[in-house]
Design a protein around this ligand. Structure first.
Ligand code: NFK
Length: 731
């Protein structure tokens, strides 16, 4: 039995988290401001800190900015003046507006690291003839390293950024002390998870005067969109717009818009530019994209909107006048756009027929003829497109279960047009959010008819991938799956899937090895005084967990590449769900239909924290808990034993995955007795069990950073096994 020292500092995880919730993200993106300074008339440089700015504690954020330009050790509580001008590096003139920062507690004790993500977009546009401007979207990983002292955690920030040169093949970085000198694209993304895109800006100055007509024209387009698009449209789809390297601007753009509007009005997929827009909100997004597109010659792909019935991803090329680029610059919005990159490829329903594959001609022509002309034809058309695709076939052959393949690059499909798979179940705001902020997608999914049979799904970071110099797609990374099961004594309505929000955010956004999909599950509860309406009784709870995992398996087909993390009663449920028998009784006799559950197999690991492992012993130790146990399992009977993981024999033969038992020494509701008893049972059977002792009160453990580290460690090990899946998806 391995025992680790308890964590001796108390770092609430939320201090380190960037994203509080999706709603905050959405509003934050609206509040984004671009700050820029014009250093001289030859160069415009501006630093644009967006999205995360509003989400991070402001003072921490500023402190990080301060630290960005050189290696800098920040101490908790340290005040730093933030008014930094970098005269030495490539980004001379780079300036962070003044402010004062206090670094709050971020960091940890020895062996513990917390990673914060901060997003900084730097753009350097040189107003010279045919000069290439480069926009670097950087997602730096700020690592808070371990500190030998419990108090005053130090944070050692390293960051790589600053563009030196861009050759089309490689991106040279300089200026910041992260040892990141030159990376090939792949390595760059891999190592630093830097998201970037290239904007080619021809040599037209941005200093042209403001032309009101441009704004008027843009407003008209907006009105056109809002007015023409029916509020409910039966065929809706994700829209992706690529602004091509056009030079002849307005006329063609105008024509494109008219075509789009006409197509949209006729409710056909050929509604190239704006047909996917179904609400004023998404229309506004489309407007935003077009009106504020960078200068002609910019390459921007935008995923604008999908509805819950989205069926298509369209990609079109529009030529826009340079003037709109000027407008964009003037409004400080140009930075926003490259961030909205790519056509998003989503995981599917696990059924290829539910996916839609759309072909786009690189010459800018949407191959609308290849799209279904009517709703009735859509399915077969799309299916045949998928069938025609050699890579789709390869995927099918390679792994019949992996129908959730994501997106294909044009090069791989023999020079055919770019192809994107999209699922029909993506909410527009989620998609937009995803486009704005890769790495954060949250879906709320029902897995059964009961209001508590729901889960939150967090999909992983997206990887940008170049199809050519102009077009990008985002791929969801093949990822291990992590499911969290909350506690609350099987009955407390105060506990829910939200208990793991912190954990999942932290894991989903962890910038290094572990990029995961995460699910956090609700399940039906037993009655309590506060919620007499709940009526669930064992084995309903575990049946729901099995249903939820089965639902996820059908959709994502991750096989055994998943883990369960359970807290308190959730730990009990995680362990119960591993066992196909309850004390010799086939689970099917306990849970009707259970044979069909867990089609992908048992999880690779189960992490139990503050678990209840032995119901009779629990009530022996805490007689008061008898009531909630009885609520959930009925009056004392053999069922209590049958449902207790520590009373189940045969762990060695029944479960070959990893078991991690996490227990806090500060748990006010459970002593170490439950955990110790279960560990003894496992060890007596010769089962490997890892024990992790953590700090925090009972309910705090899921929110604590220690758990993130433990889960991450387990997932990191699994990550090694993801290569085959990655290869099959050509990731
Ligand atoms: N808050 C719960 C009690 C609770 O969650 C609990 C109490 C003692 C031991 C374990 C508990 N929760 C396990 O999921 C309730 O009041 O029902």
């Amino acid at each position: 039995m391995t025992t680790y020292a308890p964590w001796d500092n108390n770092i609430p995880l939320h201090e380190c988290l960037l994203l509080r919730d999706a709603a905050a993200l959405e509003t934050a993106s609206l509040r984004t401001r671009v700050r820029h300074v014009q250093a001289d008339d030859a160069v415009i440089r501006w630093v644009h800190v967006r999205l995360v700015v509003a989400l991070l504690p402001r003072d921490l954020h500023l402190a990080l900015l301060k630290a960005m330009s050189r290696e800098h050790v920040l101490r908790a509580g340290e005040r730093v003046a933030v008014d930094h001008t970098d005269a030495a590096s490539d980004l001379a003139g780079f300036r962070i507006p003044g402010g004062e920062a206090v670094l709050r507690t971020v960091g940890g004790t020895e062996g513990f690291d917390v990673e914060c993500i901060i997003e900084v977009a730097l753009s350097v546009s040189r107003i010279e003839r045919e000069m290439t401007g480069l926009s670097l979207m950087t997602r730096g990983a700020f690592k808070a390293f371990s500190a030998p002292r419990p108090a005053g955690a130090r944070m050692n920030v390293s960051f790589a950024s600053s563009v030196r040169s861009y050759t089309g093949k490689s991106l040279k970085l300089t200026g910041f002390p992260a040892g990141c000198a030159q990376h090939r694209r792949g390595a760059l993304e891999e190592d630093w998870r830097i998201r970037w895109s290239c904007i080619r800006i021809p040599g037209r100055p941005f200093s042209r005067p403001f032309i009101p007509a441009e704004s008027v024209a843009a407003a008209l387009v907006f009105v056109l969109i809002v007015v023409v698009v029916p509020t409910s449209i039966s065929v809706s789809f994700t829209l992706a717009v690529t602004v091509s390297e056009a030079t002849e601007g307005t006329a063609r753009a105008g024509a494109g818009l008219v075509v789009a509007a006409a197509g949209m009005a006729s409710n056909r997929p050929a509604a190239a530019a704006f047909g996917g827009v179904t609400t004023a909100r998404t229309a506004a997004a489309a407007f935003f994209v077009i009106a504020f597109s960078p200068a002609s010659g910019a390459s921007v792909a935008v995923a604008v909107a999908a509805t819950s019935s989205a069926k298509h991803v369209l990609e079109v090329e529009l030529d826009v006048p340079l003037a709109w680029g000027n407008l964009a610059v003037r409004h400080g919005c140009i930075e926003v756009l490259p961030r909205i990159l790519g056509v998003i490829a989503m995981r599917g329903e696990g059924d290829a027929s539910s996916m839609r594959e759309i072909c786009v001609d690189k010459g800018g022509q949407v191959q609308s003829t290849r799209l279904a002309e009517s709703a009735g034809e859509e399915k077969s058309k799309a299916d045949s497109l998928i069938a025609e695709n050699p890579l789709a076939d390869r995927r099918k052959e390679g792994d019949k279960e992996r129908k959730n393949a994501l997106a294909l690059s044009s090069s791989e499909s023999g020079g055919s047009p770019s192809q994107v798979l999209a699922t029909p179940d993506i909410h527009p705001t989620r998609l937009l959010t995803a486009a704005l902020m890769p790495g954060f997608i949250l879906f709320r999914e029902p897995y059964g008819p009961h209001p508590l049979q729901t889960m939150d799904l967090h999909l992983p970071s997206y990887k940008l991938r170049s199809l050519d110099d102009k077009t990008w797609i985002m791929l969801a990374q093949p990822s291990p799956f992590q499911s969290f099961i909350h506690g609350g004594a099987w009955r407390d309505p105060a506990n829910s899937k939200a208990d793991a929000t912190h954990l999942l955010h932290a894991l989903v956004h962890t910038p290094h090895n572990t990029t995961i999909c995460g699910a956090t599950l609700n399940y039906r509860l037993s009655p309590s005084e506060r919620s007499p309406e709940n009526t669930a009784r064992h084995p309903d709870h575990v049946a729901d967990i099995l249903s939820a995992i089965t639902f996820l398996q059908h959709r994502y087909q991750f096989g055994r590449k998943y883990i369960l993390v359970g807290h308190s009663a959730g730990a009990t449920l995680a362990l119960q769900s591993l066992r196909s028998i309850f004390n010799g009784r086939n689970i099917d006799s306990v849970i009707p239909g259970a044979e069909g559950y867990l089609p992908g197999g048992l999880p690779s690991a189960v992490i139990c924290t503050e678990g209840i492992y032995n119901l009779p012993d629990l009530v022996d130790e805490y007689p008061a808990y008898g009531s909630f146990v009885a609520n959930a399992f009925g009056p004392p009977s053999q069922v209590w034993f049958d449902a207790s993981p520590a009373c189940l024999p045969g762990w060695k033969s029944e479960y070959d995955g990893r078991i991690v038992v996490v227990q806090s020494t500060e748990d006010e509701l459970l002593s170490l007795r439950q955990a110790t008893g279960f560990v003894r049972v496992l060890e007596a059977e010769g089962v490997r069990v890892d024990v992790e002792i953590v700090g925090g009160k009972h309910g705090e453990v899921p929110k604590r950073a220690e758990l993130v580290v433990i889960v991450k460690k387990v997932l990191d090990e699994m990550k090694l096994d993801m290569k085959d899946l990655a290869a099959a998806l050509d990731f």
